[in-house]
Write a new protein. Structure first.
Length: 117
C-alpha cells in the first residue's frame, strides 16, 4: 500500500488497550491494514488484514494486551485520504489515556521506506 503510518514505541501493561480509529476522508472506498508489533522482538501481536473503508466513513480496531509489552502500531493505507487516530489506554477508573496519536502525529512512509512526514 502507498502509505504506512507508524506510532512511536510505548511501554504498556497487561490489560492495557490499543484502539485505532480510521477516517476515510476521500471520495472512494479505500483499503487499510492495522498491525500491532512488540517492540523488543518485532513480533506481530495483532493484524486486521485488509479492511475496506467506504468514502466518508470510519472503522475501528481494538486490541487488549495479554502481557506487559513495548508496542507500536503500523497503519497501512491505500490513499492519503485516510486519517488514523490511535489511543493507548490503561483501563483504570477513570480510564487513563496513556498516549494519543492524531493524524499528524504519525510518521508516514512510502512503499520504499522513504519518510513523507
Amino acid at each position: 500500500m502507498p502509505f504506512t503510518h507508524v506510532t512511536g514505541l510505548l511501554v504498556l501493561q497487561r490489560g492495557d488497550n490499543i484502539t485505532t480509529h480510521i477516517l476515510n476522508y476521500g471520495s472512494a472506498i479505500e483499503v487499510i491494514r492495522i498491525r500491532i508489533f512488540a517492540g523488543h522482538s518485532g513480533a506481530l501481536l495483532s493484524d486486521t488484514g485488509d479492511v475496506k473503508v467506504p468514502s466518508r466513513m470510519t472503522t475501528a480496531s481494538s486490541f487488549l494486551l495479554p502481557s506487559a509489552e513495548e508496542c507500536w502500531v503500523e497503519v497501512e493505507t491505500s490513499s492519503e485520504s485516510i486519517v488514523p487516530i490511535c489511543y493507548f489506554v490503561h483501563p483504570a477508573v477513570p480510564v487513563q489515556i496513556i498516549s494519543l496519536y492524531k493524524g499528524g502525529d504519525f510518521a508516514v512512509f512510502d512503499p520504499a521506506g522513504k519518510r513523507f512526514w
